[in-house]
Design a protein around this ligand. Structure first.
Ligand code: NDP
Length: 403
């Protein structure tokens, strides 16, 4: 159906590219490009071994717009799937506009020197993408991504309004490491240590990071402590469903993770500003990333399940009054490893990136402009989740959440 250029060759890319190769009727030709070509070649070798599909590889600095434009033209890509880091989003969007290529990513743009999670930089591209007749899909991972599609599916099929939404992200996986993050350590720690914000009654409510804790009994996992934190889909959901009174995001962390993260923060190791060490400028969090395990390498030893979903309350479409639904997926780390050689966090991000790109290539999501996932029709995406490794369930609860 279409030629695809994937940028970035980390954990998420590994899962996404394998799943694209398994759907070669949609992804007819795949090129994988990243800063370190050897990482692309390693993924290509694994894809060949597992699926028999040959993918092309290339070296690319995604900050170099001219080089990306040249590669898009050389490969004839219809869509660029950005699985590099949030710092590269705007440069890759610029390249897509110049080369005439659709765009998709999994995380909103962040400037390297400020940990701000805001969509306005990318929303500002709306007119340019419209004028060029091109589509940009923002945040096609699990959260953001599937969690927003879940909300849209409930809004389309079950609820006339959304009064409140809680996104619940539990990783019940364990490995042999004293401290490790489950995706890029630099991006993960910037997110986790940011102050917690949630949307309530028309304003952002701010609380210090990791201070609001609730125990929740997760399906497939059991009881776990989850913490209130800010996550980028809160901004887009509260913008695109303006009736929302309260939107919150929760993520589980073990006590050991919290202790390590706090100590690292207290001693300055998570600073994102440059410091001079022995006459050389270094950014402490980037040095820390070098020391920490690469999450992709932990796939084989990670066991347990992840469960991510939304609890949504609103007025029923059929006029039967207020209803609350819990919609979620349970994903098993070891099954992901057996299928594509990834752990569940890479898998739950990479599969929706594949499915989002498939929506564009199939022509389902082709309206020119810049779109968040909850603005698009959810039905084929939801079907593909069931068929491609992320089956979901929806249950009606007795009433709204009480935490
Ligand atoms: P990794 O660090 O494993 O991979 C990032 C890749 O991008 C690496 O291959 C890296 O190259 C490459 N890269 C970095 N800078 C450049 C550049 N300038 N030019 C070309 N390539 C570059 O990250 P993950 O796979 O864990 O995460 C990928 C993305 O997915 C991130 O944006 C993350 O925020 C997002 N994510 C989204 C989630 C969701 O549910 N929505 C959940 C988890 C992650 P090199 O190997 O040379 O460093």
């Amino acid at each position: 159906m279409g030629k695809t250029l994937v940028v970035g060759a980390g954990g998420v890319s590994h899962a996404a590219v394998h799943k694209m190769a398994m759907n070669s009727d949609i992804f007819t030709e795949i090129t994988l490009a990243s800063r370190t070509k050897a990482k692309c070649d390693a993924i290509a070798a694994s894809v060949k071994e597992r699926t028999g599909v040959t993918i092309k590889t290339a070296a690319l600095d995604a900050m170099d717009v001219a080089a990306t434009v040249a590669l898009i033209k050389e490969t004839g890509a219809e869509i660029l799937v950005n699985l590099a880091l949030p710092y590269q989003d705007l440069k890759l969007m610029d390249a897509c506009l110049e080369a005439g290529c659709h765009y998709l990513d999994t995380a909103n743009y962040e400037p390297e020197d400020v940990a701000k999670f805001e969509y306005h930089w990318q929303w500002a591209y709306q007119d340019k993408f419209k004028a060029a007749g091109l589509t940009a899909i923002l945040g096609s991972g699990f959260d953001p991504g599937v969690t927003s599609v879940f909300a849209k599916w409930l809004r389309k099929h079950k609820l006339a309004t959304i009064r409140q939404i809680d996104v619940l992200d539990a990783n019940g996986g364990s490995n042999e490491q004293a401290f490790a993050t489950n995706f890029n350590p630099e991006i993960n720690l910037r997110e986790v240590l940011a102050e917690a914000r949630h949307w309530e009654n028309g304003a952002w409510q701010v609380t210090p990071a990791m201070t609001h804790k609730v125990e929740f009994d997760f399906p497939g996992i059991g009881p776990k402590n989850m913490y209130l934190m800010y996550h980028e889909e809160l901004e887009s959901l509260s913008t695109h469903f303006p009736e929302i009174e309260r939107a919150r995001f929760w993520m589980t962390f073990g006590d050991a993770y919290i202790t390590h993260a706090k100590v690292l923060e207290n001693v300055g190791m998570t600073r994102i500003d440059p410091v001079v060490h022995n006459g050389v400028e270094i950014i402490p969090i980037q040095f820390l990333k070098t020391l920490l395990p690469d999450p992709g390498t932990l796939a084989e030893e990670t066991k347990g399940k992840a469960c991510i979903g939304d609890i949504v309350t609103g007025e029923a479409k059929d006029g039967s009054g207020e209803k609350t639904y819990y919609i979620y997926n349970i994903c098993d780390h070891e099954e992901c490893f057996r299928e594509v050689g990834s752990q569940a966090v890479s898998y739950t991000t990479g599969v929706p990136a594949m499915i989002g790109a498939a929506q564009v290539l199939k022509g389902n999501w082709r309206e020119p402009g810049v779109w968040n996932m909850e603005q698009l029709d959810p039905d084929d995406f939801m079907d593909m989740l069931n068929k491609h490794g992320l089956p979901w369930q929806v249950h009606e609860l007795d009433g709204p959440v009480t935490f």
